[in-house]
Design a protein around this ligand. Structure first.
Ligand code: NAD
Ligand code: UGA
Length: 318
């Protein structure tokens, strides 16, 4: 089995590569990443350099919008499409062009090549809970009406629709996984948990957007990786399926801060600033669909996941 991981230098992509390399059934993992400068590219280079050295891993530094994807996909069995321009709060203004290029255009180009690939058995797409926006029902299910609240969410939903269209029209065996706020070792440095923990450990002030009553269904990265592997191996799931990948810990940001303070053993210095445009009030999903279709449920509790995240960041800050 040959796997392609796009976004292989990123937070989730690099963790997925690490896990795929543990599986003897996977003969080769090809990673593609353009190492964008959305956050410090050194973090991505470190993600790559810390992968266990293996002759079964090949990394291609390239933009999906430029690379010859037809040639690349010829021998691929499973595509794990993690590449994208993430970040809800930065998706306004002129940055939106990056969201269109890296989320919509790159996905369309990859789907065109996937359509021609004779060998491909599964195309897994990293979708997002941001497609729901401020939902009218909780927990949100995959049939809840998506109403994105940020430009980022609009692009993730547009790409998800493209993925489903290639399944409906060409029978491409796709699965879209809607991840809910992922955290854990190697998390992107613009995200809440990383910023909170790094500030707590360095004795810096923590910036809290709004009053901290916003709720997130935080999901540990190993659980997200496991969902990808189950979806990639699944032969039964119908093409075009869309599944929530949510952590089962729907908590307020204030609760998270309390837990970080007690696990890290420090008194946090919190500074409140205004709520940021695009930030939804609540995400909370159900994993019933993922359990039924691919046998997936989250395994890592918020407390355990935060403890692992804190220990990883403490070690890397030394
Ligand atoms: P990340 O930024 O760490 O990883 C994405 C990687 O994609 C980056 O390394 C970037 O350089 C690469 N990339 C971007 N555009 C590219 C292009 N055109 N060609 C090649 N490489 C390109 O982000 P992440 O948090 O690991 O997120 C991975 C995926 O999961 C993204 O698609 C994101 O939208 C989605 N997602 C993430 C979360 C989360 O909480 N982290 C939640 C929902 C969905
Ligand atoms: C995250 C990812 O960044 C998106 O890429 C992803 O698609 C999305 O999850 C998703 O679930 O679909 P977000 O929920 O905003 O988006 O994740 P965090 O950056 O971890 O923020 C969580 C909460 O903490 C937000 O309400 C945010 O406003 C708040 N926050 C974040 C702060 O109060 N301070 C900070 O410094 C950072």
């Amino acid at each position: 089995m040959i796997a392609l991981v796009t976004g292989a230098a990123g937070f989730i992509g690099s963790t997925l590569v690490r896990e795929l390399l543990k599986d003897d059934v996977v003969e080769q993992v090809i990673g593609v990443d353009s190492v964008t400068d959305y956050y410090d590219p050194q973090c991505k280079r470190r993600n790559l350099s810390e992968l266990p050295s293996s002759s079964r891993f090949r990394f291609i530094e390239a933009d999906l919008n430029v690379l010859d994807l037809y040639e690349l996909l010829k021998n691929i069995d499973v595509v794990y499409h993690q590449a994208g321009q993430p970040g809800v709060r930065k998706s306004w203004g002129t940055s939106f062009a990056d969201y269109i290029d890296n989320n919509i255009a790159a996905t369309q180009k990859l789907l065109e090549a996937a359509k021609q690939s004779a060998k491909l058995s599964r195309f897994v797409y990293a979708s997002s809970s941001s497609v729901y926006g401020n939902s009218e029902e909780y927990p949100t299910t995959e049939i809840s009406v998506p109403r994105p609240y940020s430009p980022y969410g609009v692009t993730k939903l547009a790409a998800e629709h493209l993925v489903s269209l290639y399944a409906q029209n060409y029978g491409l065996p796709t699965v879209s996984l809607r991840y809910f706020t992922v955290y854990g070792p190697r998390q992107r440095p613009d995200m809440a948990m990383h910023r909170f923990i790094a500030s707590a450990l360095n004795g810096r002030k923590i910036e809290l957007y709004g009053d901290g009553t916003q709720v997130r269904d935080f999901t540990f990265v190993d659980d997200v990786v496991n969902a990808n592997i189950l979806a990639g191996n699944s032969t039964a799931v119908s093409p075009g399926a869309v599944l929530n990948i949510c952590g089962g810990s729907t908590v307020t940001v204030n609760d998270v801060l309390d837990t970080i303070g007690s696990l890290a053993g420090v008194k946090l210095q919190i500074v409140r600033t205004a709520k940021v445009a695009g930030d939804v009030f609540k995400t909370a999903g159900t994993n019933v669909g993922a359990l039924r279709e691919i046998g997936w449920a989250p395994c890592v509790s918020l407390e355990e996941g935060l403890d692992r995240h804190i220990r990883h960041l403490r070690a890397s800050l030394i």
